[in-house]
Unconditional design. Sequence first.
Length: 163
Amino acid sequence: MAAESLHEAFEEELKDILSAEKQLLKALPKMAKAASNEDLKAGFEEHLEQTKVHVERIEKVFKLLDKAPRAKKCKAMEGLIEEGAELMEEDIEPETLDAMLICAAQKVEHYEIATYGTLATWAKQLELEEVASILHETLEEEKETDLKLTELAETGINAEAEA
Ligand code: FE
Ligand code: FE
């Protein structure tokens, strides 16, 4: 469907991020399993729990709009996850794999940050205040996750990968 107004564009993008989050629900446990560093493993597990809430929030937004929560396959997330999955199949030193998993995860977070940032701004423009604040909550959690990943990389994982 061609988006003809900001309202329709908003709904289309909401379907995209719902698909993206649902794909992540399946990918995060695999990333946690593949990670060797305990903090990184725990970080992926924690973000899995947050991601479940992100899906619920999107469903709530659809409800507020009086729409059924339909997902439309997010090809970008599919590609990002595919790249991460390829890493896990390769024969890489565990410490190096951890550094690369952080890279893959940060690409995912940045995709989400871009989408939620846009959606929150559009919701404001459309005067959907409650929707905007729900989307903002998730946006902040994605930003925090990104920062935590940077911290993990800088406080040991990158150095271990180098050694
Ligand atoms: Fe999320
Ligand atoms: Fe996320």
